[in-house]
Design a protein around this ligand. Structure first.
Ligand code: SF4
Length: 194
């Protein structure tokens, strides 16, 4: 895994669980309101964190952690995501995957193999507005909705969005709920650090 960041303890990334957070480097979307802009480029500004270093730390602390969140960037674009998740599971850790939903086949494989215990899928905007976050435009929304369906079908996660001032109003959120066929956890946008 190309790891651009590692948070040893978070009390808010997996509600109810004290969790470590692994941030994958690189994302296939370009949300103008990205909360982790330094993780978007495949090439980080600084050095990557060696995977072995992260796994060793987790192995030492696993009894004190409620789980690990794998976030990003976008974890599902990493070719070795599934083998990394398998290493986390081999440590006996519960795993939450945060994803923009663009790779439904990867998320389905992770769920099918028992490598993710919970998945949070970001549904960014209504399908007709996906050009705001992806050069694939409307076509980018189809795979995301496929991921949403896969996660909800097995009751292993939720759909969420970041409400950005000037983009998301109640009408837009209602349109998104209709398209997702689910309630959406709405999180307020926060200016990225720095
Ligand atoms: S999907 Fe997430 S990491 Fe990627 S650009 Fe959007 S907010 Fe940033």
């Amino acid at each position: 895994m190309r790891i651009g960041g590692f948070l040893k303890l978070s009390l808010c990334d997996w509600p109810g669980r004290p969790a470590a957070v692994v941030f994958a480097q690189g994302c296939n979307f370009r949300c103008p309101w990205c909360h982790n802009p330094t993780l978007v480029s495949a090439e980080p500004a600084g050095p990557l964190i060696p995977e072995e270093e992260v796994l060793e730390w987790l192995a030492r602390r696993r009894d004190f952690l409620g789980g690990v969140v794998v976030s990003g960037g976008e974890p599902a674009v990493q070719p070795d995501l599934l083998s990394f998740l398998a290493k986390l599971k081999a440590l006996g850790l519960a795993v939450k995957l945060d994803t923009n939903g663009s790779r439904p086949e990867v998320v389905a494989a992770a769920l099918g193999a028992g490598l993710a215990d919970f998945v949070a899928v970001d549904y960014k905007v209504p399908a007709r507005m996906y050009g705001m976050v992806s050069s694939d435009g409307l076509a980018a929304a189809g795979p995301v909705l496929e991921t949403v369906r896969a996660v909800l079908l097995v009751r292993k996660g939720l759909v969420r969005t970041t409400a950005v001032p000037g983009v998301h109003d109640e009408k837009i959120l209602e349109e998104m709920r209709r398209e997702a066929g689910a309630d959406i956890l709405v999180q307020p946008w926060r200016r990225p650090p720095g």
